[in-house]
Ligand binder design. Structure first.
Ligand code: KDG
Ligand code: MG
Length: 402
């Protein structure tokens, strides 16, 4: 079998998605998600200008060799843009492999370790009262794990709380919006939020929180310590990922479990965090972390250190990535949890999917490969619309992490 064609499909059903379609001489094709929020066109350019010409003529069965061709074989390797492209290629090749062998992806990577995948949703509100109502809504829907974010008094707009309260979509049309951040107010507020959530919903629900890279190591240590009584499932991205030693300080002060890495791209971003036992969950998703081939290695290494998967699954990752994540997490032993934010209804006009939410879990059917398809004609009805993630400043105007 040979790859004869590969094309990149960009569409915007509610938000931008980039999909790689790899086609073979036997008519079988595979899909890979190549969406990098706000930087979609950079990945398109890398795929079209650099990767696709080198894919033509290759045997799609050679997932390992092709992965190394586009990683090890590239002098200017790593980074979000190129790793998203590598991930898309890898996903599409595994999709083809499954279709050729007529079996779901999970069967190719170990088979079922479980029947369903525990997921968490996002609850939010402008203040604690609204947030409690939102948590209740998701508990009602059957979720067993809820990420809780709330507006903070004195901060106009807080990460994780959509302005219109409709749906979560941090990217705004056009150039980047500027937001304002105030860490002292945040730190004073969050423990009270979780006190109220536990008081209202008791211990039978997993609670998660995303600090979105906004604390220094000592601030994050204080937060993790003060949240201990509320037994979080995890505290996510407490510090920016570049300063990995920062996580050591948090560990020294608290037993709140830590998840990090939705902006990581390779095993090298994680290796010392694993060996030094500084984190508990891997956030790096299939779409940005080198695809199935690479994440299998990351998960295998993590398993030695009792670290579990907890992949990023926001709506800016396409249904192709979500389905691939469900397969992956059905198969690996060290599964923890998967983020699940249902895509807007309009997304199903372009993508047909094979997963369903049931009683707090995602289940996937037995269709071969990844099992998601794209309607290219429908995709054309939703052309790309420029959108960017926000940027963030401290109250005095200093540029900060978003
Ligand atoms: O594109 C960025 C979002 O996916 C990110 O801000 C979402 O932090 C996020 C999360 O945990 O889902
Ligand atoms: Mg996050």
């Amino acid at each position: 079998m040979k790859i004869t064609e590969a094309k990149v499909i960009v569409c915007c059903p509610g938000r931008n998605f980039v999909t790689l379609k790899i086609i073979t001489d036997q008519g079988i094709f595979g899909l890979g998600d190549a969406t990098l929020n706000g930087m979609e066109k950079s990945v398109v350019a890398y795929l079209e200008n650099y990767c696709i010409p080198s894919l033509i003529g290759r045997d799609p069965a050679n997932t390992e060799d092709i992965w190394h061709y586009f990683y090890r074989g590239v002098y200017w390797r790593r980074g979000a843009v190129s790793m998203t492209a590598v991930s898309a290629i890898d996903m599409a090749l595994w999709d083809i492999k499954g279709k050729v062998l007529n079996t779901p992806l999970y069967n190719l990577i170990g088979g079922k370790s479980r029947d369903k995948v525990l997921v968490y949703c996002h609850a939010y509100g402008k203040n604690i009262a609204e947030t409690l109502i939102d948590v209740g809504k998701y508990v009602e829907k059957g979720f067993r794990a809820v990420r809780v974010q709330s507006g903070i008094p004195g901060i106009e707009h807080t990460y994780g709380v959509p302005k219109d309260n409709k749906h979560y979509e941090p990217a705004h049309k056009g150039l980047a919006h500027e937001e304002v951040w105030d860490t002292p107010r945040y730190l004073n507020f969050v423990p009270e939020l979780f006190e109220k959530v536990r008081e209202t919903f008791g211990d039978n629900i997993h609670l998660l929180h995303d600090a979105h890279h906004r604390c220094t190591p000592v601030e994050a240590s204080r937060l993790a310590k003060e949240l201990e009584p509320y037994h979080l499932f995890w505290l996510e991205d407490p510090v920016a990922g570049e300063l990995q030693e920062g996580l050591r300080l948090i560990r020294q002060h608290s037993v709140t479990p830590i998840a990090i890495g939705e902006v990581f791209n390779t095993i090298f971003d994680y290796s010392s965090l694993f060996t030094e036992q500084l984190i508990d969950y891997i956030r790096m998703p299939i779409v940005h972390g080198g695809g199935i081939t690479h994440l299998l290695k990351v998960a295998a290494m993590a398993s030695v250190y009792h670290i579990n998967t907890g992949f990023h699954g926001a709506t800016d990752l396409s249904p192709v990535n979500l389905a691939a994540s469900v397969h992956f997490n059905m198969a690996v032993n060290n599964f923890g949890i998967l983020e699940y934010m249902p895509h807007q209804e309009i997304v199903s006009e372009v993508f047909s999917t094979n997963y369903r939410f049931e009683d707090g879990y995602l289940k996937i059917d037995e269709s071969p490969g990844i099992g998601v398809d794209i309607d290219e004609k429908a995709a054309k009805k939703f052309p790309y619309a420029m959108a960017r993630l926000p940027v963030n400043r401290k109250t005095d105007g200093t540029m900060f992490n978003w």
